[in-house]
Design a protein around this ligand. Sequence first.
Ligand SMILES: Nc1ncnc2c1ncn2[C@@H]1O[C@H](COP(=O)(O)OP(=O)(O)OP(=O)(O)O)[C@@H](O)[C@H]1O
Ligand SMILES: [Mg+2]
Length: 367
Amino acid sequence: MTIKEVQEKFGIVGRSKAIKDLVDITMQVAQSDISVLIYGESGVGKEVFAKAVHGCGKRADKKLVSVNCGAIPEGILESELFGHEKGSFTGAVDSRKGYFEIADGGTLFLDEIGEMPLTTQVKLLRVLETKEFMRIGSETVTKVDVRIIAASNKDLQHEVDAKRFRNDLYFRLKAVSLNIPPLRERKEDVVALIFHFLQLYSKSNNIPEPEITPEALNLLTEYNWPGNIRELKNAIETSIALNRTGVLSVESFSGLLEQNYKTQEFRNLPIHVDRSPDSVDREMIYRALIDLKKDLIDLKDLAYENNSFGNSGNDVSPKEVIPLDEMEKKAIINALNFTKWNKRRASQLLKISERTLHRKIKEYEIN
Ligand SMILES: Nc1ncnc2c1ncn2[C@@H]1O[C@H](COP(=O)(O)OP(=O)(O)OP(=O)(O)O)[C@@H](O)[C@H]1O
Ligand SMILES: [Mg+2]
């Protein structure tokens, strides 16, 4: 296959040298069983490349099993990965295969590997070296033939220095690294991606493809896309959904970009312009707080209107009692939408760990 064919097959849009080189390496390493480490900020396309590495290789017709190491509670990650025998711990009512056995013959994609606890890292390294392991509570060895692709949005060298990631495992994984640069460093891809998503969403919504003004194209090209391709995809999708004129202009994107400093709305906000990553985070939190405050005021008004607070309780209508899980789900959805699904930032705003956020997203089936 040519680079172009691989890009088409796996939906990898982009004409930058960086993307073409990455596709080239993908094709080269796909044929072997060597471990691949994919590194890049949130939303750059790590999963897209993981699928391409698997799909271009000889295991393509076998399973690609994805495990998000950050989403599985620490206590059960090992039994999820390696399986367990009946009765090996409280709650192990059945024996169960782990992901390594499920992926046997195929590929295991360990997403957010930087979140893997050190004790599990030891076990993973051993499996990589010996291709065998024991289910928890078992005394017999299980042999597997699994190719590993790992991804991280954390700089693993930094994690190694901070003693949160094992050097030997890092060394083993990084034999082949695919470093996907953030979108702001490959601006030549932005326009191609915009037209790709314009076409995609118009088709799937059965509407004629809207035009886009040169000014809007310019705005989107100049913007620095902290949420990378995921943010761009969401912005295009929402702008199409809200569009009534058939033309997307600068205004169509007002309020849709995470740092909408170029649009009117931002200019109205009394926030000083300091663009360090910290200040961006601060600003997001600030804006979330303003939203939260507005919600609180609304809630208070509602409560007073209905005279439902400060009462002995008998005249509260059941309608006014909001189940806590509903409120929690709403808060999570708001935080995710606000951060354009940047789960790290969303979890910071919600003041819960990223792991808890993942668990709750699954629990509430938010997607
Ligand atoms: N080069 C690309 N061309 C077209 N679409 C892309 C490309 N890269 C990513 N996407 C799309 O952008 C979205 C985010 O990509 P993906 O899930 O692979 O990112 P990620 O790096 O795994 O993000 P995270 O760190 O948040 O898990 C997906 O919907 C994906 O289809
Ligand atoms: Mg991902």
